[in-house]
Design a binder for this molecule. Sequence first.
Ligand SMILES: C[C@@]1(CC(=O)O)c2cc3[nH]c(cc4nc(cc5[nH]c(cc(n2)[C@H]1CCC(=O)O)[C@@](C)(CC(=O)O)[C@@H]5CCC(=O)O)C(CC(=O)O)=C4CCC(=O)O)c(CCC(=O)O)c3CC(=O)O
Ligand SMILES: NC(=O)C1=CN([C@@H]2O[C@H](COP(=O)(O)OP(=O)(O)OC[C@H]3O[C@@H](n4cnc5c(N)ncnc54)[C@H](O)[C@@H]3O)[C@@H](O)[C@H]2O)C=CC1
Length: 262
Amino acid sequence: MPEGRRRGIPEGRDLRLSGPLQREGVQEDGGEDLTGHLPLLLDLSGRKVVIFGGGAVGERKARLFSEHARVTVASLEFSPGLQEMAEVGAVDILEVDLWSGAADLLREAFIAVPATSDKELNRWLEETAKAAGVLVNRVDGVGEVTVPSVVRRGPVVVAISTMGESPALARRLRERIETVLDEGYGDMARLLGEMRGVLKERVADQGERRRILFEIISDDSVWRLLSESYEKGYKRAGEHIPPDERDSLDAGDPPEGLHRRD
Ligand SMILES: C[C@@]1(CC(=O)O)c2cc3[nH]c(cc4nc(cc5[nH]c(cc(n2)[C@H]1CCC(=O)O)[C@@](C)(CC(=O)O)[C@@H]5CCC(=O)O)C(CC(=O)O)=C4CCC(=O)O)c(CCC(=O)O)c3CC(=O)O
Ligand SMILES: NC(=O)C1=CN([C@@H]2O[C@H](COP(=O)(O)OP(=O)(O)OC[C@H]3O[C@@H](n4cnc5c(N)ncnc54)[C@H](O)[C@@H]3O)[C@@H](O)[C@H]2O)C=CC1
């Protein structure tokens, strides 16, 4: 949608109530144009995230991103929560009138979050960030970067998005997935990770390795024993390795140096 058109649309709830056709990411013919968004897992460690605006929303974003990245919050004022975070070194805060410029702040930034109470300023910051090649996460809809609901079970990660249509539904779906995705999936992922390491060393044929891995996943007794103890599950899984090749695998004892949960 042309920038000029979007600028003319009323802000806040009116924007939502004006209907899906008026929203970014939705084509004027009504066909959804969401193909640009590829769900990815980004490693943000060491990356810089700049949050513009130190109010309630800026604080929420700072809490989220500071778990993964280096966060700088630039604003005229800061919420008490943000001040506390700055005191313990969780974020850097910078007092500045952003209308005076943001180029320095955007240098080396990976993601920018315009979250001031000044809509015009937010829009200008978004344009400036995009022009500088910095990804934008918005506070009033779907940006280039959209934050999903997340369920984690060890190395298993499920991210849920409704492409901004309904965060409430994303949350409800997360809660439902949490009830079916128990810790067993995390343990199974670790176990299979170890098994594939062993298989790579002991079974030459990739097709055969793949078959064995799926056989382990389909074995209910592995899941059951895993819920009793990791070692029991590991031992049962080891029985799926062909006998001649299993000889040298001490199935009761995870290989030295490989990760296991205690
Ligand atoms: C686009 C996005 C922002 C982005 O990409 O960063 C966005 C935008 C907005 N959220 C709003 C409202 C709510 N957000 C939540 C909760 C979450 N919102 C999250 C993500 C996202 N929210 C992104 C799209 C996600 C997707 O694709 O589905 C989660 C997953 C992660 C997180 O933010 O931490 C977290 C769930 C965590 C969990 O519990 O699992 C709740 C529910 C609650 O409070 O419990 C409500 C109230 C109910 C409702 O409105 O549905 C409003 C309207 C404000 C208003 O009405 O004024 C906007 C702005 C707008 O839509 O204009
Ligand atoms: N509060 C909410 O639940 C939601 C709010 N939003 C939107 O997010 C934005 C921020 O909301 P809140 O955090 O609640 O607002 P807020 O009023 O608590 O905080 C706004 C922050 O922006 C800063 N700011 C304003 N003008 C500035 C300037 N020229 N230079 C530097 N900093 C400046 C202020 O100092 C303040 O810290 C608003 O646009 C709001 O509509 C969107 C979704 C939900």
